[in-house]
Design a protein around this ligand. Sequence first.
Ligand code: COA
Ligand code: AMP
Length: 639
Amino acid sequence: MNDKYEEIYNRSIKDPDGFWGEAAEDITWEKRWDTVLNAENPPFYRWFKGGLLNTCYNAVDRHVDDGYGEQDAIIYDSPVTGGYKQKITYSELQDQVARLAGAISTLGVNKGDTVIIYMPMIPEAIMAMLACARIGAIHAVVFGGFAPKELSERIDDCKPKLVLTASCGVEPNRTIDYKAMLDGALGIATHKVPNSVILQRKQQYSALVSTTDHDWAEITKAAHAIPCVMVESDHPLYILYTSGTTGQPKGIVRDHGGHTVALRWTMDNFYNVKPGEVYWAASDIGWVVGHSYIVYAPLLNRNTTVVFEGKPVGMPDAGTFWRVINEYNVKTLFTAPTALRAIKKEDANGELTKKYDLTCLKALFLAGERCDPDTIHWAREHLHCDVVDHWWQTETGWVIAGNPLGIKNFPIKLGSSTKPIPGYDIQILNDQGEQVPPNELGNIVVKNPLPPGTMLTLWGSDERFKQTYMDRFPGYYLSGDSGMIDEDGYVHIMSRIDDVINVAGHRLSTGAMEEVLSGHKDVAEAAVFGVEDALKGEVPMGLVVLNLGVETDIEEVCAELIQRVRSIIGPVAAFKSVSSISRLPKTRSGKILRGTIRKIANGKEWAMPATIEDPAVMTEVIEGLSRMGYPLSDIDKVV
Ligand code: COA
Ligand code: AMP
């Protein structure tokens, strides 16, 4: 007899209409859908077509209407600003979101318009997202750690009617002038943004000189609260830019209907969280984890969500996560493995966990990068709760493989993110598109259709969506990850198949960094690759070839290159090592052998590629790496 997981999983694959139609009953619809799955135009699948609803209504107003207005919706805890704390009930949230929605409407933002949100981790950032959703405007949140140039590219791509920002963000060692960064971006962008709204924070005020700058407090005070605008199920809720293989970011588009249904479903079935409980995703709203699990899913499920502005360490010590859990009775914590590694580094024996009663914590969920077994062991030993490594992506918006605690708590296998989640028919294909047997590595794909809540397309480019994700293996979504499924059906994610790296859980493109390096006047060409790092998982490193006849001091150029990546992409890229060599290793057809460089830099065995133009160049690569602190012993690993 099938167990509960198999029954649910099999039904989701064989009868998606029945499965997701049932899940959609948990959502309030203004008008019910005509079809659950619309497959008229593959690979552009649409969910709940014909339905009308509003995500903000389901995340906020619905709970007030149901009598839960006095429940806390948000707990804001900000150790980085000296310990500021605030609780916001669902009624208060409704009022503030409705007034902000009124304010942005008066600035000409209507259904279908795009709005960029460039804000630190404060409750107003969430209100901004919900206010856009409320009126059917499409938000595009840009992470604060990105530099003005990156912000300007996103402005030019989605052409917003409005930007919402704050006067500053606060990092442990400095205040970040968001307004100045925005002004920098607006100066570079071709698209002219008609208006900006700036929230003044007491850590740093911004002078609002331009007539297009509006003070957040003033315009919301003057505004009327407005109700939710009901939108079509497939109306875009948001765009979230993520890194691809080139410097041009990809705008993942998510809908109202499918997203609302899927996220609400995950709270009970995957995270095993019930309405009323406190849920904390220690991430940033600039990333997909923040969108889905700081903002939308917990609010849709009537949880209290924790908005944490700070770092896992140094606030004042590495016990701040445990303080928050204890203080607010957090049942579920979701974070990136890198955060735990940072804590573990400072508190190897978990002494700080003993200072707090953590019995309220029932589960820790980790995602964003491959989780190393040591971190899982440490967490299990010191937190005494379920520890779940789960795999997902900006593109899917929610978990693809994991241990679905709400359905069945599987025994875990270290190095695996456990089982495919209902809705995802995960398969492993070789490069010829054939399914491979268990335990064999290959391309991880998902058979179409993807479930509700996943990407609709790429903003402004259906063609790029098809090319990037759907054309490689017709009928399947290409995840960009490689891995295997073992004999017990456990999914193992091994690595990316493209030039994307994960730095402290932040997804970055090595291609974009190469473009920045090559843009320096003295650089002829560049290769950037990810190198394993004990804290951040991976960090980028570069080798450049300088133009012939460059007279400048090489060290000076390298320092300029590091600064250049920091100021064009942002400090979050953590690009700190680059070295110059006289040529890069290439195939005879001129392709840079990044894979081989990466293996050497990571101390892995490597073979002299058969297609290499001149094997002697590898000695230069090794010398270049050793100048960046890499052991020359790696040369012994040639096989
Ligand atoms: N605005 C501006 N700058 C930012 C920023 C923001 N929102 N977030 C990070 N930065 C800057 C940092 O100040 C730092 O600058 P520095 O080089 O001058 O020190 C740089 O970007 C790198 O930041 P970060 O990745 O946070 O590294 P860190 O060394 O400061 O801290 C960790 C290391 C592990 C503690 C931290 O990366 C962390 O908490 N990670 C959790 C990751 C996470 O939540 N990922 C989301 C996916 S689930
Ligand atoms: P992002 O879109 O920023 O969430 O990054 C998604 C990528 O991060 C995936 O394609 C994987 O490469 C990686 N990733 C996320 N979660 C995991 C995990 N649990 N195990 C291994 N890799 C992961």
